[in-house]
Design a protein around this ligand. Structure first.
Ligand SMILES: C[S@@+](CC[C@H](N)C(=O)[O-])C[C@H]1O[C@@H](n2cnc3c(N)ncnc32)[C@H](O)[C@@H]1O
Length: 301
């Protein structure tokens, strides 16, 4: 993965999804004393767990910030700062999934929360107990590609009148009852939980804002590497990279393309899926997909 970033010892890098610092640590191993690494995460627990190793490293700046504040975080570090490489490793981290109190898991009982930043936005319980049946069905369909979206949404609205949904297992068991298993090796609640998580954390809006900000902050020759975990994210990343790797369609077929309409990215290879060894080490990497692009130099007007 790190090869994709093409790290230079004295370069400036951004890890937009710090998590438990696995990738950040690997980047630091390649950076010299004059290299810099800005790390972002919207989860206060991730930043708090970074520990002295990262906090005391003069090359590192850690910030509690979402992708939508990427530009502001970079600007605060140094006005006009441009990066030689930017990494997004999307989705939830293992510590978030494994801590039942965060409410991401349909396998363990916990409060129905699912916010990556618990100080921001509404919880999954507020959505499940407050949204109209049509809105719930839309969320389950659009963000979970759930075939039984309408049936599950109606069952939620029916049941919550007597007893609101406050716990993860309460919701997971109800889904298993009304729409029993129909996909091998998948819990019946998988798609609804994914959908709620994406909705609660505004994940696709965040990703779109993050990619725009990243492109604006990449130095010529700088690499953008994005690891996604489901097709909705990957589709967005693929379209973004392709769009910026082609000239503006307004100028299609014209002999002279003005600088502002020329491609800004060059695609580096095709998307990469993890090898067997990586999946054996980390089964959650099974559905991961890496896409890489490089910032082209801006042509003079
Ligand atoms: C898959 S984990 C990253 C793991 C990390 N690469 C490592 O090696 O430990 C994703 C992390 O990104 C964070 N995250 C997800 N969406 C975010 C967003 N919009 N803004 C900032 N951080 C986000 C999550 O809180 C989580 O900690």
């Amino acid at each position: 993965m790190l090869a994709a970033l093409n790290i230079r010892g004295g370069g400036v890098y951004l890890d937009a999804t710090f998590g438990r610092g696995g990738h950040a640590g690997a980047i630091l191993e390649k950076l010299m004393a004059d290299g810099r690494l800005l790390c972002l995460d919207r989860d206060a627990a991730a930043i708090a767990a970074a520990g002295a190793g990262f906090a005391a490293d003069p090359r590192v700046t850690l910030r509690l910030a979402p992708f939508s504040s990427l530009a502001a975080a970079a600007e605060a570090l140094r006005p006009g700062l441009a990066f030689d490489g930017i990494l997004f490793d999307l989705g939830v981290s293992s510590p978030q999934l494994d801590d039942a109190q965060r409410g991401f898991s349909f396998m363990q009982d916990g409060p129905l929360d699912m916010r990556m930043n618990r100080d921001d936005g509404v919880s999954a319980a507020e959505v499940v107990n407050g949204a109209a049946a049509e809105e719930l069905a839309r969320i389950f369909r659009d963000y979970g590609e759930e075939r039984f979206a309408g049936r599950i949404a109606r069952a939620i609205v029916n049941d919550r009148a007597a007893r609101p949904f406050l716990r993860t297992l309460q919701l997971a068991e109800m889904i298993a009852r009304v729409a029993p298993t129909r996909e091998r090796h998948k819990h019946p609640a998988t798609r609804v939980f994914q959908a709620l998580r994406i909705h609660v954390n505004r994940e696709l809006e965040e990703l779109a804002a993050g990619l725009d900000a990243a492109l604006a902050r990449l130095a010529p020759g700088g690499r953008l590497a994005v690891i996604s975990f489901h097709s909705l994210e990957d589709r967005l990343v693929k379209r973004f990279m392709r769009r910026h790797a082609s000239p503006d369609p307004m100028y299609a077929g014209l002999p002279d393309i003005p600088p502002h309409a020329r491609p800004r990215l060059r695609l580096i290879g095709r998307s990469i899926e993890p090898g067997e060894a990586e999946v054996a080490r980390n089964p959650r990497a099974r559905s991961a997909r890496l896409r890489v692009a490089e910032r082209l130099a801006v042509a003079a007007a």
